[in-house]
Design a protein around this ligand. Structure first.
Ligand SMILES: Cc1ncc(COP(=O)(O)O)c(C=O)c1O
Length: 438
C-alpha cells in the first residue's frame, strides 16, 4: 500500500497536531517507535490538557463553590468554564452537564437516581422515572458492560425486566427490531452511539422516535462517539447521555452525564452528602438544583479543567475534520486487513457509519498472542473481550484484538501495524489447513 501521509487535519497541519502529543515521541520495546493503536481504551493527551491540569495545581488549586478567598473564586471560575467547554462540544447547555468520575460513573448515577425514584424518593415530579414490575428497560446486544450491568442491577432492584435488541452478523444493532422489542412497557432505552468492539455507529433517530412513541427515556452511551464524531445532543434529541474525559483526549477520573434540563430537575439525587444540599436538619435535607444535586462531595476539579481543555482542543480541530481523518484511517485499516489471509474483522468491513475501532481475530492464534507479537513490534493494541462479553459471545468468540485510532494516528502507524499483523500467522506456524484443524 502506497504511503500517502496525511498533511492536513481540517485547517491544521497534521504534523503539528501529532506533535501536540508528547508521549507519541517515545520508544517502547527494544527502542522501537511507539505505534499507539489503543485510543478506544484511553487516548493520549495533548500538551494543552497536561498544562491545564498542571496550571490548576500550580496556580489555582482550591475547593470550588465554597470559600471566600481568591483561589476558591479562581478555581470555581475554571471549573465552571470547563463545564461550558464540554457542553459546547456536545451541543448542550452547561447546566445539563453533570461531572462524574467517568462514563461508568455517569450511568450508575442515573441508574441509582432512577432507583431512588422507584422507591418513592424525589416527590411527585420524580414518579415519571419510577420503575416497577411489568416495566421494561431495553438495551442492545452491542453494549459495553458499563451500559448493561447498571441496568441489570436496576431491574433486579425494582422488579422491572431487561430486554435487548440483537446485533446483525455485521455487528450493527438491528433497528428493524425496535418496534417489536421497544413496546409501551419500555421505560428506558439505553444504547450505544458507537460500539467499542465493532466500531459501528448507531443511527440515533429511529431509537429516539421509537422511544417517543412509547414514552420511554433514551440514554445514549456516547463514550466512543464524542471523541471522534460531531455530536449534538440537543439535535439528536436524546434524554440522557454519558461520556468519559480520558477517551476524548482529557484526563482520567472525570466524565459527564448529560440530561435534558427538565429531566435533571425532576430526578432525585443518586449520592448524598456535602455540596448537593440546600437546607439540612438532623432529620432531613433539601437538595440543590442540577447539576450540583448530582455532584456530592469534593469534585475532581483539576480533571474537569483538563477535560474542558480537551473539549476546547477538539473544537479547535473541528469535529468534522476529526471525523474525516478518522474515516481515512478506518479505510486504511480495513483495506489492509482485507489483504491478509486468515484475519477476520468483527464488525462492518467498510468505513461507512463506522469508527476506526477495528476488532479482529487471527484464525488459529489467540488474541493475546496476537497482541504480544504486535507489542514486540512496538504496536499497542487491546486484546480480550473489551468489556463486552455478550457481544463476543454473539460472534462465538472469547476474545479479539482491537486496533483503534485517534486524531494523532497516521498512515505510518497503520502500515507498521499491518506489517506486524501480516507476520503473525507465519510466526505461530499457522496455515489455513492448521487453523481449521485447531
Ligand atoms: C462504549 C463504551 N461505553 C462505556 C465505556 C466505559 O467508559 P469508562 O471506563 O471511562 O467509564 C467504554 C470504555 O471503554 C466504552 O467504550
Amino acid at each position: 500500500m502506497a504511503l500517502v501521509m496525511t498533511e492536513k487535519l481540517g485547517t491544521h497541519e497534521f504534523a503539528a497536531v501529532r506533535a501536540d502529543f508528547p508521549l507519541l515521541a517515545r520508544n517502547v520495546r527494544d527502542g522501537r517507535p511507539l505505534v499507539y493503536l489503543d485510543s478506544a481504551a484511553t487516548a493520549q493527551k495533548p500538551e494543552v490538557v497536561i498544562d491545564a491540569e498542571q496550571d490548576f495545581y500550580l496556580h489555582h488549586n482550591a475547593a470550588v463553590h465554597r470559600g471566600a478567598h481568591q483561589l476558591a473564586e479562581e478555581a470555581t471560575e475554571l471549573f465552571e468554564r470547563a463545564r461550558e467547554s464540554v457542553a459546547a462540544l456536545v451541543g448542550a447547555d452547561p447546566g445539563e452537564i453533570v461531572w462524574t468520575g467517568n462514563a461508568t460513573g455517569a450511568i450508575n448515577v442515573l441508574a441509582h437516581a432512577i432507583g431512588h425514584a422507584s422507591l418513592g424518593r424525589g416527590g411527585a415530579a420524580a414518579q415519571r422515572f419510577a420503575l416497577a414490575p411489568g416495566d421494561e428497560v431495553v438495551v442492545t446486544g452491542a453494549e459495553h458492560h458499563s451500559n448493561l450491568i447498571p441496568w441489570q442491577e436496576l431491574c433486579a432492584r425494582t422488579g422491572a425486566t431487561l430486554r435487548w435488541i440483537p446485533v446483525s452478523d455485521e455487528g450493527r444493532i438491528l433497528t428493524n427490531r425496535l418496534e417489536d422489542i421497544v413496546t409501551d412497557r419500555c421505560r428506558v432505552l439505553a444504547f450505544t452511539h458507537a460500539s467499542n468492539v465493532t466500531g459501528a455507529v448507531t443511527p440515533v433517530a429511529p431509537f429516539v422516535a421509537r422511544a417517543h412513541d412509547v414514552g420511554a427515556l433514551t440514554v445514549l452511551d456516547a463514550c466512543q462517539s464524542v471523541p471522534n464524531l460531531p455530536v449534538d445532543l440537543h439535535a439528536l434529541g436524546v434524554d440522557f447521555a454519558v461520556f468519559s474525559g480520558h477517551k476524548m483526549l482529557g484526563p482520567t477520573g472525570v466524565g459527564a452525564l448529560y440530561g435534558r434540563r427538565e429531566l435533571l430537575e425532576a430526578l432525585p439525587p443518586a449520592n448524598y452528602g456535602g455540596l448537593m444540599v440546600e437546607v439540612v436538619t438532623m432529620e432531613s435535607a433539601t437538595y440543590s438544583m442540577p447539576p450540583q444535586r448530582f455532584e456530592a462531595g469534593t469534585q475532581m476539579v483539576a480533571q474537569a479543567v483538563g477535560m474542558g481543555a480537551a473539549a476546547e482542543y477538539l473544537r479547535e480541530l473541528g469535529m468534522d475534520a476529526v471525523a474525516e481523518h478518522e474515516r481515512g484511517i478506518t479505510g486504511r485499516l480495513l483495506g489492509g486487513i482485507a489483504e491478509l489471509d486468515g484475519v477476520r474483522v468483527i464488525g462492518p468491513t467498510t468505513s461507512d457509519q463506522r469508527l476506526a475501532v477495528v476488532s479482529f481475530v487471527v484464525d488459529g492464534v489467540h488474541a493475546h498472542d496476537v497482541g504480544q507479537l504486535l507489542d514486540d513490534a512496538g504496536v499497542a493494541v487491546r486484546v480480550g473481550h473489551h468489556c463486552a462479553q455478550p457481544l463476543h459471545r454473539r460472534f462465538g468468540i472469547a476474545a479479539t484484538a482491537r486496533a483503534s485510532a485517534s486524531v494523532y494516528t497516521n498512515e505510518a502507524d497503520v502500515d507498521t501495524f499491518l506489517e506486524a499483523l501480516g507476520r503473525v500467522r507465519g510466526f505461530f506456524g499457522v496455515s489455513d489447513r492448521t487453523a481449521v484443524a485447531r
